[in-house]
Structures are given as C-alpha cells and as structure tokens.
Design a protein around this ligand. Structure first.
Ligand SMILES: [Fe+2]
Length: 197
C-alpha cells in the first residue's frame, strides 16, 4: 500500500477502501449476501457516569485523552486499542480465503457477515485512534491497514497463522480469547456472533 499520512478520519476511510482492494476482498458480497452493511462507529451511553473501580474509582469517566492524568494510562490505552484493531483486520486477511469454499449458502452468508463485522470493529478502533490519540494515534491507525497477516506482520502470533480451510477456522474461533466462552453460554449464538466476540 502506498504510504500516506492521515490527517482526518475521512483520510483513513479512503485508505480502508484501498486496503479492501489490496487484499482483494470482493465488497460486492456485502450487498449481495448481507443486503448492505454499514461501516460506521457506534457508541452507547455509559450506564454510569463515574469510573466504577480501581485507582480512579468514583471520578467522572474521562471524555477525552486530556483528562487522563497519568501518561502511562494513556500509553497503555493506545497500545490496547492498536492491538485490538490489528486483530480485526488480520482476521479478515486470514478468513477471506474461505469465501471460495463455503460448504453451504448459510456458511457463505456467515463468513461474509463475520468479515464485515470484523472490518467494522477495526474501523471502530481506528476511529478511536484518529479521533483521540493525536499524531501517534493517526500513525497507529495507518499501520492497522499496512501490516499483513500473509506476511506474518500482525501484532499477535495467532493472527499470522494461515487459515486454509474451515476446520482451521473452527479451531481458531474456538480457541481465541472470549469466543469459546460465548459459544458455551449460548446454544443459539450465530456463527457471526461467535466470531466477533
Ligand atoms: Fe472483532
């Protein structure tokens, strides 16, 4: 991908489209299989206005990075968001190879939905980085679209291991953090929900 600086989230969105093309993702599948899918950032109001536990418990929840008094907390947040975002795009890069071998129409719909949701999760993490973390966040948001699982450049090892078939995929989904819990908790959990936990 051509190296570019990000100034605004619209700049990032342009590069998101470039990334989709670069990994040769057929985005027509979204309208064909999912009846359209909206990539957007989503937020809910916090249930409680105060921080609920820990060193800052009782204080009003931070609305902006400038309110964080300890720089190491800000640094850690940046790192966590960047790693989370990295896994979202990495999983699409790994799982896109399954599109051509879906055993049934239902499986195809499931994997396209999973890919769309993972892309949106990556979008959301990138939005946070660009919106709240200044130049450093913008640089990290760009890197999320530059690393490639195929080149084993993703930040977590599990997201650099090729997924060649559906057994690989089910194994990956069962053992990646949190997903196995969600599967155990709900027998009605859809494949898409399982993979986005
Ligand atoms: Fe996700």
């Amino acid at each position: 991908m051509e190296s570019k600086r990000i100034e605004t989230f619209d700049d990032w969105k342009d590069l998101f489209g470039v990334w989709q093309k670069d990994i040769q993702y057929d985005t027509k599948l979204f309208s064909k299989v999912l009846d359209g899918y909206e990539f957007t950032e989503k937020f809910a109001e916090p249930k409680q206005a105060e921080i609920e536990f820990g060193e800052f418990g009782g204080a009003r929840k931070w609305k902006d990075i400038g309110e964080i008094t300890r720089p190491e907390v800000k640094d850690l947040l940046l790192k966590l968001i960047a790693i989370q975002g990295d896994t979202e795009f990495a999983s699409v890069e790994l799982q896109r190879k399954l599109l051509g071998s879906a055993p049934t129409e239902k499986d195809l719909r499931a994997i396209v939905r999973i890919n769309a949701e993972e892309m949106r999760h990556g979008w959301q993490m990138s939005y946070l980085l660009v919106r709240y973390f200044g130049d450093e966040g913008k640089a990290e948001a760009l890197k999320l679209l530059e690393r490639r699982a195929d080149n084993k450049e993703r930040l977590l090892g599990a997201f650099n291991e090729a997924i060649e078939d559906w057994i690989d995929f089910f194994t990956f989904t069962a053992f990646t953090s949190g997903c196995s819990t969600a599967v155990r908790r709900s027998s009605t959990t859809t494949p898409s929900a399982r993979a986005t936990c």
